[in-house]
Design a protein around this ligand. Structure first.
Ligand code: F3S
Length: 753
C-alpha cells in the first residue's frame, strides 16, 4: 500500500488522498472517454459521486469534496457566525483562519501590529476561541497573509482548496486547484455538505521560450489580463502548460494564479514541476514532493486535452508590463509606458511604490527587488517615491531579515510594514497625499480598482512586478523607463540598472521566525465563544424569513446602477472592514459606491415613496421600515471583484429581493442565491435601457421556479403602461431550496434537525 502522507505538519492525522483522485478518474474516464485537462483531473478527482455526476463543461453543476477550507479574518467572522448558527460540533474538513486583513499600515511593522492587536482584540478573541471550539487552526496577527501561509504550509499538488478570499487561487503555484468563494460556500464545506461549482470551462495558456532578464512571472499574468480582460476568465479555469512552465518558480506560478482572479477565472492551475518539488522540499515537505512525483501522471493534462480557448505566450519575447490605472486589464508595455502616460495625462510624479503582498513577496521576488535597490544605493541613490514593503508571511519576513534584504530596503529609504494585507486592502494611513489629490502609485499587488489602496478616487493605481516597482521608486516618475533610461547619481554620474537577479529559494533555508500558530486543543468541550450583545463589531445572526410563496409585486427600484459595479462598490472595504462581523452596522455601506443612472452620482437615490433624494442605505432602511421590498438593477459583470458575501447579505438584510442585471460575476451571483435573493439577468441585455428608476417591478413565475426556465419581469411605468421583459436565472434544483427556505443556511439548519 502507498505510504500515508500527512496533508500538513499541522494536521498529522489527515492524509493526502491521491487514491480518491485515481478511483474517481477511473470512473470518469470510462464515462467521458476523452482526454482530460489538468483542472478536470483535479476537479473530477474530488467529485462527491463520480459515477452519477453530470459532467458538461460550462453547463452542469459539480458536487465536490474539497480537501481544505481557509478563511481570512475579515471574511472568517461572518463565515464562523454562520457556521455557528448551523449547530454543528466541529468542522468536517481541515480548516484554518488567518489574521491578515485588519492591520492598518502606518508607521511600520512593530507599532502597527501592536495597535492592531489592541484595536481588534474583540475580533481576534472571537476568531481564536471559535477556532479552538470548532477544531480549526488559528494563525494570529503577524503570522502573515493567508495565501502565503497556505502555499508555505497547506497546499499540495492536486489539492482542491476553497478559501473565503478572491486570491485563494495563489495555491495554484503548488499545483492545487484553489478557488475563492463566499463565506456561505465555506460554511457548506465546513459543515460536511458537498460544495457546488458550475463545471468550469478550460482556457489553455501555452508558455513557450524562457523567462529571463527584466521579465518576471507577474508579466505573464499582466499580459494574460490584457488579452482576456476582467471578464475573460469568467466560468473558466486557466491552465498553463508547455515548455515555458519549467522556467517559472513555484512562487512565480503562485503570483500568476493569484492574479488570475483579476480576469474573473474560477482559478488557475499549473502542472506539477520540478520547481514545485524544490519548493516543497525547501518548506519542509519532502514526503509530499515524493508522493507528487509518483502521482505526476495525474498532475498534468493528458496530451490531447481540448481547451475551450487557447492562448500562446513566448516568454523569450515577453517584456515587462505596467497595468492600470483603475483596472488591472489595461495593459501597457513598459517600453510604451511613458508616452502613454503623457497621452492619457496620468500624473507624472509617482508618490508611492509598494511591493510585497500576497501576490508578490516570495524570496525570489524580494531578492530580485533587493538586487536593484542595492545597485542603486551603491551608486549613492535613494528612492524618490515613498517605498513600502509588506512581507507575505512571518517566514518570509524572518528569512529576508536574516539575509539582509529588508535592511537593504530600509537603507534605500523604504518602510517595512507588518506581515499583512495593509495598503492592498485600503488599510493604509497615508499622510503624504490629500483626499482628491491626483497622484500615481505603483504596486506589485494584484488589484487597483478606484480607491482600493488609499480610499482616494484620484489616486491612479498601477500594478507591475516587484522589480519594476522597485526600480520606478528610484526614478519617481512615469517618465522613467528603468530598462533603457539612466538616472544621475549625487556625484553627477549616469546610472543605469542592470537586469534584476535573485534566488528562487534561500540557500540557507527558510527561517520560520516567531511561532504565531495556535492549534486547536485536544479537548475542546470547555471552550466558550463569546459575543457581547452590545458589540459594535460582532453580532449573532438572525435567520432570514423563508419565501412567502408569492410572486413579487410592484416593488420599487432602490437604485439603477450605471456601469462598473464591483463588490467594492456594493460593500466597500477600507474602514468598513471593522464591521465585517456585524451585519446591521456594515449594511450602512451598502451600494454607496455604485453610480445612480438617474443623476450620475454615488450614494444619492430618490426615495420612490417620498420623492426625496437620500443615501442608498438610508433609503433602503426607509423601505424596510415600511415593509416595502425593493430590487437593484445593474449593468455588466455586476459584482466582479471579491468574494465578500456581505455584498449579498446587506442587500437581503435591508429588504432587497432581487438583483436584475445584464450579467453577473460568478461568486457574487452564487452569494446572492445563498442569501435567498433572486439574481436575474435580462434575456436581452438591451432591456436594461427600458427600465427607469421610478418604475414599479413585478417578478412573475416564482411558484414554478425551475432550472432553465425564464421568469417574467413586469414593468409598470408611472403612466400605468406595462411591459413584460423575460429574465433568466441560473438556479439549479438544490439552489431553489435555498430560495424557498430563505437562505442556504436556513436549508442547512433544516436538514440538520
Ligand atoms: Fe490581502 Fe491584498 Fe492579498 S487584501 S489577501 S494582500 S490581495
Amino acid at each position: 500500500a502507498p505510504q500515508k502522507v500527512p496533508m500538513s505538519r499541522h494536521e498529522p492525522n489527515k492524509y493526502i488522498n491521491y487514491q480518491r483522485i485515481q478511483d474517481n478518474l477511473d470512473v470518469v474516464r470510462k464515462r467521458l472517454n476523452r482526454p482530460l485537462t489538468l483542472s478536470e483531473k483535479i476537479l473530477y478527482g474530488h467529485l462527491d459521486n463520480a459515477a452519477e455526476q453530470d459532467i458538461q463543461r460550462g453547463v452542469s453543476y459539480l458536487q465536490l469534496r474539497p480537501d481544505r477550507v481557509v478563511c481570512q479574518d475579515a471574511t472568517a467572522q461572518m463565515a464562523l457566525l454562520q457556521f455557528m448558527s448551523a449547530g454543528i460540533p466541529e468542522v468536517a474538513v481541515p480548516s484554518s483562519v488567518h489574521c491578515d486583513h485588519l492591520i492598518l499600515g502606518e508607521n511600520g511593522a512593530e507599532s502597527d501590529l501592536a495597535r492592531a492587536k489592541d484595536v481588534n482584540r474583540e475580533v481576534y478573541d472571537f476568531l481564536a476561541t471559535t477556532c479552538a471550539k470548532y477544531n480549526l487552526g488559528f494563525w494570529g496577527p503577524g503570522s502573515g497573509i493567508i495565501h502565503q501561509i497556505v502555499i508555505e504550509n497547506y497546499a499540495f499538488p492536486g489539492a482542491l482548496i476553497i478559501g473565503t478570499d478572491s486570491h485563494t487561487p495563489n495555491a495554484g503555484g503548488l499545483g492545487a486547484a484553489a478557488v475563492g468563494v463566499g463565506g456561505a460556500d465555506a460554511v457548506d464545506v465546513m459543515a460536511g455538505i458537498p460544495w457546488e461549482l458550475k463545471c468550469p470551462k478550460a482556457i489553455g495558456v501555452k508558455l513557450t521560450g524562457r523567462l529571463g532578464g527584466w521579465t518576471s512571472p507577474k508579466d505573464i499574468i499582466l499580459e494574460v489580463a490584457g488579452i482576456l480582460t476582467v471578464k475573460g476568465g469568467t466560468g473558466a479555469i486557466v491552465e498553463y502548460f508547455g515548455p515555458g512552465v519549467d522556467t517559472v518558480s513555484a512562487t512565480g506560478m503562485g503570483t500568476i494564479c493569484n492574479m488570475g482572479a483579476e480576469i474573473g477565472a474560477t482559478t488557475s492551475v499549473f502542472p506539477f514541476t520540478q520547481s514545485m518539488h524544490r519548493y516543497l522540499v525547501a518548506t519542509g515537505r519532502p514526503e509530499v514532493a515524493a508522493a507528487s512525483d509518483q502521482f505526476a501522471h495525474n498532475l498534468r493534462a493528458d496530451p490531447d486535452a481540448k481547451y475551450d480557448e487557447l492562448i500562446e505566450i513566448n516568454l523569450s519575447e515577453l517584456e515587462p508590463r505596467i497595468n492600470g490605472p483603475f483596472t488591472p486589464d489595461l495593459m501597457t508595455p513598459l517600453a510604451k509606458f511613458k508616452d502613454t502616460a503623457k497621452d492619457k495625462d496620468w500624473p507624472e510624479d509617482i508618490s508611492a511604490c509598494l511591493i510585497g503582498s500576497c501576490t508578490n513577496s516570495s524570496y525570489e521576488d524580494m531578492t530580485r527587488a533587493a538586487s536593484l535597490a542595492k545597485e542603486a544605493m551603491d551608486a549613492g541613490l535613494k528612492v524618490k517615491s515613498d517605498f513600502i514593503v509588506t512581507p507575505g508571511s512571518e517566514q518570509i519576513r524572518a528569512t529576508t531579515e536574516r539575509d539582509g534584504l529588508l535592511e537593504t530596503f530600509r537603507k534605500a529609504g523604504g518602510t517595512i510594514l507588518a506581515n499583512a494585507c495593509g495598503p492592498c486592502i485600503g488599510q493604509w494611513a497615508r499622510h503624504d497625499v490629500k483626499k482628491g489629490e491626483r497622484n500615481t502609485i505603483i504596486t506589485s499587488y494584484n488589484r487597483n480598482f478606484t480607491g482600493r489602496n488609499d480610499g482616494n478616487p484620484a489616486t491612479h493605481g498601477f500594478v507591475a512586478s516587484p522589480e519594476i516597482v522597485t526600480a520606478m521608486a528610484f526614478g519617481g516618475s512615469t517618465n522613467f523607463n528603468p530598462v533603457t533610461d539612466t538616472l544621475t547619481t549625487p556625484s553627477g554620474k549616469p546610472f543605469k540598472f542592470t537586469p534584476p537577479n535573485g534566488e528562487e529559494l534561500p540557500a540557507r533555508g527558510f527561517d520560520a521566525g516567531e511561532n504565531t500558530y495556535q492549534a486547536p486543543p485536544a479537548n475542546r468541550d470547555g471552550v466558550e465563544v463569546k459575543v457581547s450583545p452590545t458589540s459594535q463589531r460582532l453580532q449573532l445572526l438572525e435567520a432570514f424569513k423563508p419565501w412567502d410563496g408569492k410572486d413579487i409585486e410592484n416593488v420599487p427600484v432602490l437604485i439603477k446602477v450605471k456601469g462598473k459595479c464591483t463588490t467594492d462598490h456594493i460593500s466597500m472595504a477600507g474602514p468598513w472592514l471593522k464591521y465585517r462581523g456585524h451585519l446591521d452596522n456594515i449594511s450602512n455601506n451598502m451600494l454607496i459606491g455604485a453610480t445612480n443612472v438617474e443623476n450620475g452620482e454615488a450614494n444619492k437615490v430618490r426615495n420612490q415613496a417620498t420623492g426625496e433624494f437620500d443615501a442608498v442605505p438610508a433609503t433602503a432602511r426607509y423601505y424596510k421600515a415600511h415593509n416595502i421590498p425593493w430590487v437593484v438593477i445593474g449593468d455588466e459583470n455586476y459584482g466582479e471583484g471579491s468574494s465578500r458575501e456581505h455584498a449579498a447579505m446587506s442587500v437581503r438584510f435591508l429588504g432587497g429581493v432581487a438583483v436584475i442585471v445584464k450579467s453577473f460575476a460568478r461568486i457574487h451571483e452564487t452569494n446572492l442565491k445563498k442569501q435567498g435573493l433572486l439574481p436575474l439577468t435580462f434575456s436581452n441585455p438591451k432591456d436594461y435601457d427600458r427600465i427607469s428608476p421610478e418604475d414599479k417591478l413585478s417578478i412573475l413565475g416564482l411558484k414554478t421556479l425551475t432550472p432553465g426556465k425564464p421568469l417574467t419581469l413586469r414593468v409598470t411605468k408611472p403612466s400605468g403602461e406595462q411591459i413584460d421583459i423575460p429574465v433568466d436565472h441560473t438556479f439549479n434544483e438544490n439552489q431553489i431550496t435555498w430560495f424557498h427556505a430563505g437562505s442556504a443556511l436556513n436549508q442547512i439548519a433544516k436538514s440538520n434537525k
